[in-house]
Design a binder for this molecule. Structure first.
Ligand SMILES: CC(=O)SCCNC(=O)CCNC(=O)[C@H](O)C(C)(C)COP(=O)(O)OP(=O)(O)OC[C@H]1O[C@@H](n2cnc3c(N)ncnc32)[C@H](O)[C@@H]1OP(=O)(O)O
Length: 132
């Protein structure tokens, strides 16, 4: 699993109890995962379809640095499935893990369309721009 993105936890990322707000972290993960899917499928029109159980194992505090890891686990016909792990670089603890995030490849009209990908791409292949 590659941990591409790091975040420095700032005051605006906290909940009223002073730790990292879960909703903020989920927003970061959704964006990280959709970017991963866009790059893997070579199509900017990809949507979040399904996210499995989210296990918040430990927290992060202001000033901590966290890193987000995403890995493709399955290439379907129109979908891609990934898993996610977020770690705290200061405490070295896992913050959360998500076993299954499913994203769907769409055509210009928003209909699921086959992506014809079967394995993880490491080289940047270029992303087709859709739209009229
Ligand atoms: C990044 C973002 O913020 S996107 C914003 C949030 N997401 C959205 O708004 C998406 C809203 N949802 C939709 O528009 C529709 O549900 C669509 C277009 C994504 C999919 O429509 P569906 O009628 O479910 O399509 P369809 O039945 O063809 O399934 C498409 C793929 O999703 C998979 N899928 C559908 N439902 C599920 C599910 N509950 N869990 C896992 N995978 C699923 C299917 O197996 C299929 O994958 P495959 O082709 O690789 O086998």
């Amino acid at each position: 699993m590659n941990f591409h993105t790091r975040k420095w936890i700032k005051p605006e990322d906290l909940n009223p109890n002073g730790s990292l707000f879960g909703g903020t972290l989920l927003r970061w993960i959704d964006e990280e995962a959709v970017i991963y899917a866009i790059v893997q499928l070579g199509n900017p029109k990809v949507v979040t379809k399904y996210i499995s159980e989210i296990n918040f194992v430990s927290s992060a505090q202001q000033g901590d640095i966290i890193e987000m890891g995403i890995e493709a686990t399955n290439f379907g016909r129109t979908s891609i499935t990934m898993r996610c792990e977020v770690r705290n670089k200061i405490t070295r603890k896992t913050i959360l893990s998500i076993d299954k995030l499913v994203f769907v490849n769409l055509d210009e009209d928003g209909t699921p369309v086959p992506h014809h990908k079967t394995e993880i791409t490491y080289a940047y292949m270029g992303i087709e721009k859709t739209g009229k």
